[in-house]
Design a binder for this molecule. Structure first.
Ligand code: ADP
Ligand code: ADP
Length: 229
């Protein structure tokens, strides 16, 4: 039932304690928001969860299995990652940028084309109109839609969002937030959403984890946190 479990996670960078005994779990279909001020350990926590950085102590289990034991290619397929800057290859079309992920998963060509078309349509970027565009021909919001499409491409069991909308103007940000809500209803995605925007955390999270100087000082539904601040 738990897609992800973090048990007593700690992370030190030399003298800096970035994460200090953090425990939590994420259920299937749930969105967990992580909030905290700059330097509280949000990005570090997210990066330990997909093994981009090793932990100093504790344990992370993904679908019941210690993430240390999961082969790299499986982990990359099963955990989608959305960054603040989508880092699309500038000389590749939108279509090719998304297809790359599926090529790495050894999908057959015809299945890849079908999937890319479905993903563009899912993100409300009509395939016929957008497939041949280059990243420089997209707005910031459109680029981030491609970032999300790419993260969802191989049907991941978990999607990690690292402050994905903080570089966008308020209107585009609002649209993308609604998009994330719509995707969750439609696909029952399980996700972790890191943000420093408290409103956004409460809007998108079924539960919210508050980090402060590397410690999880509170975790609960927005309701529970409002009632016991
Ligand atoms: P947040 O995402 O909440 O802003 P971070 O996870 O980036 O916080 O950082 C948490 C703490 O860990 C900070 O004190 C930061 O300086 C430190 N830190 C993060 N990454 C590194 C690193 N690669 N080397 C040394 N210290 C780091
Ligand atoms: P799991 O049970 O581990 O989640 P899946 O049954 O979803 O794995 O997928 C098994 C393999 O088939 C994976 O390598 C995946 O990339 C590939 N795959 C999944 N869905 C499709 C699809 N619609 N078309 C082509 N390949 C797919």
């Amino acid at each position: 039932q738990h897609i992800l479990e973090g048990k007593n996670i700690s992370k030190h960078f030399n003298q800096t304690i970035a994460l200090d005994d953090v425990s939590f779990e994420v259920k299937k279909g749930e969105t967990l928001s992580i909030i905290g001020t700059s330097g509280s350990g949000k990005s570090t926590l997210l990066r330990t969860l997909n093994r981009l950085i090793p932990i100093s102590g504790g344990e992370i289990k993904f679908r019941g299995q210690n993430i240390q034991e999961i082969p790299e290619i499986e982990l990359r397929r099963q955990i989608g990652y959305v960054l603040q800057e989508p880092a699309l290859f500038p000389h590749w079309t939108v279509e090719k940028n998304i297809a790359l992920v599926l090529q790495l998963c050894n999908w057959p060509k015809d299945k890849i084309s079908e999937r890319v078309e479905a993903l563009l349509n899912l993100m409300q970027m009509p395939h016929a109109k957008y497939r041949k565009r280059y990243p420089s021909e997209l707005s910031g919001g459109e680029k981030q839609r491609i970032g999300i499409a790419r993260a969802l491409a191989a049907f991941p069991d978990l999607v990690l969002f690292d402050e994905p909308f903080s570089a966008l103007d308020p209107i585009t940000k609002g649209e993308l937030q609604q998009e994330v809500i719509r995707l969750k209803d439609k696909l029952n995605t399980t996700s972790i959403f890191v943000t420093h925007d408290v409103k956004e955390a409460y809007l998108l999270g079924d539960r919210v984890l508050i980090l402060n100087q590397g410690k999880a000082i509170q975790i609960g539904t927005p309701e529970e946190i409002r009632n016991h601040p």
